[in-house]
Every structure is written in C-alpha cells, then in structure tokens.
Design a protein around this ligand. Structure first.
Ligand code: GSH
Length: 212
C-alpha cells in the first residue's frame, strides 16, 4: 500500500498512525504542494491523503483508510469511542488551524522542498488565511482559547497509552491534532496531555513535526 501525503497533514497522520500501531508496511510518498499532477493522475482531482491499495485501487477517505488498514489481520482499534472526545476534537479544530496554518510553511517540510511548492501552499490558502503574519501575531489570543479545551482533554485521558484505556478511533481522532498544535514554539500541553502525547508518539515511533 502507498500513501500519498503531506507531512503536515493531520488526516494523513491518522492513516500513518494506524499503520504504525499495527506494524503494517506503508510506502509513504510525500507530494510537493505544487505537484497537482501526482494527485489528479490518480483520482482526477487534488486531494490528500490518497491510499493506493496493492491492486491499484485508490481510497480517498481517511477514516475508510484507517478502517481498511485496521481490518488487515488482528484489529488494534478495539476500544470504545466516547462522544466527549469527538466533541473536544471539534472544539480544538475551531482554534488550531489559526495556530498551525501560518506555521507549517515556516517548517522545513518535504512538501515545501522548493520555494515554488511553499508559495503554492501560501497562495492556495490565501482566501481562508489571507494574513499569516497577523495570525501568528495573535498567537497568545489563540492559545488562551485552546488552553481550556486542552484542560478538558486532560481530564478525559484514562491512560497515556490509549485515551480511553484501550486503543480506539478516539486516539486516531486526537493524536494528529496534538501533533499539529505542537508546532507552536514553546507551547506546553497540560501534564496529562503531554504524557499522552509523548507516550503515543513513542508507541508509533514518530517524532514531533517540528523535529522532522
Ligand atoms: N474527507 C477527506 C478529506 C480530505 C481533505 O480534505 N484533504 C485536504 C487536505 S487536509 C485536501 O485535499 N486539500 C486540497 C489540497 O491540499 O489541495 C478525508 O478525511 O480524507
């Protein structure tokens, strides 16, 4: 199986995460942001992630990819999901893009290998995020919105190695968002969230995004 992905993409990280938890081999192909042909040649439009199965069939929905990979052999995402975790993920997503989007293009990520690729990202995000510097300058404000959400998350963590005590889709829901927000320099998670983030990243053998 081959995953077409961006390193910064949290939906891609869902798929990489389940593959790592299962020890399933996944060929990871990072697409440069301006290489639309890599995607359109496969599925006729720009979209990431794309999972190409061994028979050449592409999958386009990250949750379908997670389910597919988990269904190979013994499943690992066997624990129950809790609506509280999905609600926290939704609340995080109301804030985190304003912190992460203006930072991704500053990182030495493979999808921004060339100046053209990085500028392609900035231009295509211009409508939604017209002023990246202004967003960065409001970092304290966004972090103060995020703090109470992460405090609520801290209270929901049953175990550093699985948010509900047994691995479940809720881990796939939350860890990629934490990995994204960890790009904010010097930002500290509440202790329980930090312990969960570190234990899970260790479990899947991935380094934080800013250390790639
Ligand atoms: N429902 C899809 C959503 C895929 C999606 O929205 N991908 C975004 C990136 S996160 C995308 O393709 N954006 C267009 C682009 O990068 O040009 C999934 O969960 O995989």
């Amino acid at each position: 199986m081959k995953l077409l992905m961006f390193e910064h993409c949290s939906l891609c990280f869902r798929v990489r995460m389940v593959a790592a938890l299962k020890g399933t081999h996944l060929v990871e192909q990072v697409v440069e942001d301006d290489d639309s042909d890599a995607m359109t040649a496969l599925v006729g439009r720009r979209v990431i992630p794309i999972l190409v199965l061994d028979d050449g069939q592409p999958m386009l929905e990250s949750w379908d990819m997670v389910a597919h990979i988990d269904s190979i052999g013994e499943p690992v995402l066997t624990g129950p999901e809790r609506p509280e975790i999905a609600a926290i993920a939704d609340r995080m997503l109301d804030v985190t893009p304003f912190l992460t989007m203006p930072r991704y293009p500053l990182l030495p990520l493979p999808e921004f290998r060339t100046v053209a690729a990085r500028d392609h990202f900035l231009v295509r995000k211009r409508e939604a995020y017209p002023d990246m510097e202004m967003l960065r300058s409001k970092t304290r404000e966004y972090l103060s919105q995020l703090d109470p959400i992460l405090e609520d998350l801290a209270h929901e963590i049953a175990d550093p190695n699985a948010i509900n005590g047994t691995l479940s889709r809720d881990d796939i829901r939350i860890l990629p968002l934490l990995r994204s927000v960890a790009v904010v320099e010097s930002f500290e998670f509440p202790a329980a969230v930090d312990a969960y983030f570190k234990a899970m990243m260790r479990q899947i053998g991935h380094r934080p995004l800013q250390c790639i």
